[in-house]
Design a protein around this ligand. Sequence first.
Ligand code: GLN
Length: 267
Amino acid sequence: MCRHVGYLGPPVALDELLLRPSHSLLEQSWAPADMRRGGTVNVDGFGVGWYRSDRPEPGRYRACGPMWADENFAALAPDISSGALVGAVRSATKSTPVVRTACAPFQSGHWLFSHNGSVPGWPESLSELVEKLDTTRLLALDAPVDSAAVWALLLRRLDDGQSPADAVRDTLVEVVRAVPDARMNLLLSDGDLLIATTWTHALSVCRTDNAVIVASEPFGVPAVARGAPPDTTGEPHWQAVPDGYLVVADRVETSLVPLPEIELRDS
Ligand code: GLN
């Protein structure tokens, strides 16, 4: 399954966070360590969205194909710094198109969204839920891919004014109720919050005294985000998030809350 990263902390250059660390997102595109069910590499595209101090909407770069093959991104990445970002590398789910617009992060206004996982049987399996969306939302889907449909369901809740953590939790619950074998590691940010879920896939959190990183797989924390040495080893500590949790992190604290038991429709 795809791999994603969310970051809040001091401004960091995109290459320092995503390309240069040991086991960076770049390395995870060709040698992920913990893909669990399905997928071997993440070479079907990638994307990064980064927040800017002078406007609420993030900048965004997405491309089709392996991250390592994009010379433009490698050239731009050292020149773009941000204190809040979401990055992802994609392993396309079977029967979905390999196109730039299917790559996370998806964006609307100040929101960025990424999905590690799949909704088996899509689009039929989601048709009842998706039918409740108005036509404008359906026409605005970035690509015919399960993750874009999940994003549309979540965005409707956000636009209706639900709190981001509740909207993420409730979207996961409604999708898993409809499709019990859906794999739903979600990641949402507005530049001040990172909200993530674990639902059948790996996720770890690293909090230092000046940054927080939520990522599918731990990687080398850039120097700027290490803060003061946390312990005698001097190595920032990654905590694996157990399955079935909602993670809510801001610049000060992280909370891990179990997701509700989900009553499955067909069981
Ligand atoms: N289903 C999504 C896609 O096809 C995410 C895939 C993944 O997590 N591997 O893009």
